[in-house]
Ligand binder design. Structure first.
Ligand code: ZXY
Ligand code: CA
Length: 511
């Protein structure tokens, strides 16, 4: 019996729900549209030293080059082949990135676009990032190769071959999503080509995958592909490690397809997380932070060990996609930092931090008509991520993960890993606080009045550096300090007009 328990514990440990981040590293960052050479540098110079566990990268496989509009970010979601050849770099650049990141203990997670190939509107030619030929008329992708037999056209039952009705689960899985040629993942040949692509990446050393558009694939078809995947490369991962899987299922309620259908394959992206947290911090619909006392499953979110959570993603930060207007982004920096701080302090889910680029927004009828704009580039070539003397990024890369408040909260999460959710306090409104055992404590003031309260922190007596207003440097603090007395209490004062109306202290910020 003991042996069986041990076996099942090991089984879970190496299973597809485990991100395989190095011990004590509890968050990953999405370096959206970054070049592979810049990601390799970032792993070495920033992510490893600051305790980031991994990076979600943009799709590495060859995609359609879209010229109208000019090189939108979403062209990377229109595959042409599985050659590792995109605006982010070629296969050599990719191998170099994976090796260098793994060597400093930072995992790479690939955004896998396996539901479809490019849109039917692409016609035919070689307008692709590696020059591979394609013909959408007869659904030919010779660089894979795929032919007409490998798509779902004969299975799709909608009148025009498109997904017209999200209440029809057969249409959603078997028909074309906005014209994207829908792969027949029911066929063993297609499953094998997709698995061959993913195994190529696993053998190079990636630790797992985001499965794009999972709602549009049958859970059983995903499972059949996952069952063909290799274990992770033993140069960096323990023998028998399974790739980490998180499936993009946009389930905000209101559609028949539920994230829970996908739990057997891995984790799912919990889109309700950012949508609801945004509503609370914006105080819409009478929401207040006091209601966050039972945040997590208590709010109807999926079980913590099945959730991949984030405040915003590359799609919904543009004001459309899942979540809509409540989503907080770097454009609302003050509330955004609080939301990311809350996420990283709270034990629920496996956390992903967004790292974006800036674009010229242009609102017409309340909608950003520039939501398609691709990464900073010089005539199509993605610009390097330059680093300013103050450690922020240049060339319109926002680098939220380098903001002090966010970087230090990643460290907070690492320090409090495994500690229980404790010492909740609220004022019945938008002033709240909670601890993580005897390792960390955080206080928020999102009310229109000052906060001045003595609270039980659970921490050992001492003077702590607030990692939101500053950094612990040597044995001094560049920000606010907090004195915890022998009984664990500390007094907190937070002005409602502070740029960052929250304070966070933890065992390693003790002076
Ligand atoms: N696109 C523009 C023009 C084409 C791309 C658009 O207006 N699309 C229609 C509304 C968004 O629908 C899409 C969804 O997932 C995608 C899409 C897509 C996944 C892809 C490629 C795509 O267009 O082009 O790999 C989608 C699916 C859902 C859902 C909401 C949205 O509930 O089940 C876009 C592209 C969006 O806006 C996009 C691209 C990649 C993503 C993503 C969204 O991973 O989440
Ligand atoms: Ca499909």
């Amino acid at each position: 019996m003991k042996f069986l328990l041990l076996l099942s514990a090991i089984g879970l440990c190496w299973a597809q729900y485990n991100p395989h981040t190095k011990y004590g590293r509890t968050a990953i960052v999405h370096l959206f549209e970054w070049r592979w050479d810049d990601i390799a540098l970032e792993c070495e110079r920033y992510l490893a030293p600051n305790g980031f566990g991994g990076v979600q990268i943009s799709p590495p496989n060859e995609n359609a080059v879209i010229t109208s509009p000019s090189r939108p970010w979403w062209e990377r979601y229109q595959p042409i082949s599985y050659k590792l050849c995109t605006r982010s770099g070629n296969e050599n650049d990719f191998r170099d990135m994976v090796t260098r990141c793994n060597n400093v203990g930072v995992c790479i997670y690939v955004d896998a676009v396996i539901n479809h190939m490019c849109g039917n509107a692409m016609g035919s030619g070689t307008s692709s990032t590696c020059g591979s030929y394609y013909n959408t008329g007869n659904e030919e992708f010779p660089a894979v190769p795929y032919s007409g037999w490998d798509f779902n056209d004969s299975i799709c039952k909608s009148e025009n071959g498109e997904i017209n009705d999200y209440n029809d689960i057969y249409q959603v899985r078997d028909c074309r999503l906005v014209g994207l040629l829908d792969l027949a993942l029911g066929k063993d040949y297609v499953r094998s080509k997709v698995a061959e692509y993913m195994n190529h990446l696993i053998d190079i050393g990636v630790a797992g995958f985001r499965l794009d558009a999972s709602k549009h694939m049958w859970p059983g078809d995903i499972k059949a592909v996952m069952d063909k995947l290799h274990n992770l490369n033993t140069s960096w991962f323990p023998e028998g490690s399974r790739p980490f899987i998180y499936q993009e299922v946009i389930d905000l309620g209101g559609e028949p397809i539920k994230g829970s259908e996908y739990f057997g394959n891995g984790r799912v992206t919990e889109f309700k997380y950012g949508a609801k947290l945004g509503t609370v911090l914006r105080k819409w619909n009478g929401e207040k932070m006091a209601y966050l006392k039972n945040w997590g499953e208590g709010w109807g979110l999926v079980p913590s060990d099945r959730a991949l959570v984030f405040v915003d993603n590359h799609d919904n930060q543009r004001g459309h996609g899942a979540g809509g207007a409540s989503i907080l982004t770097f454009w609302d920096a003050r509330l955004y930092k609080m939301a990311v701080g809350f996420m990283l302090a709270h034990p629920y889910g496996f956390t992903r931090v967004m790292s974006s680029y800036r674009w010229q927004r242009h609102f017409e009828n309340g909608r950003d008509v520039n939501d398609w704009i691709g990464p900073p580039n010089d005539s199509g070539v993605i610009k390097r991520v330059t680093i300013n003397p103050d450690t922020t990024c240049g060339n319109d890369w926002v680098c939220e993960h380098r903001w002090r408040q966010i970087r230090n909260m990643v460290a907070f999460r690492n320090v409090v890993d495994g500690q229980p959710f404790t010492n909740w306090w609220d004022n019945g409104s938008n002033q709240v606080a909670f601890g993580r055992g005897n390792k960390g404590f955080i206080v928020f003031n999102n009310d229109d009045r000052p906060l001045s309260s003595t609270l039980q922190t659970g921490l050992r007596a001492g003077t702590y550096c607030d990692v939101i207003s500053g950094d612990k440097v040597g044995n001094s603090c560049t920000g606010i300090t907090v004195n915890v007395s022998g009984d664990g209490n500390a007094h907190f004062s937070i002005s409602n007009s502070a740029e960052d109306p929250f304070i966070a202290i933890h065992a390693e910020s003790k002076l």
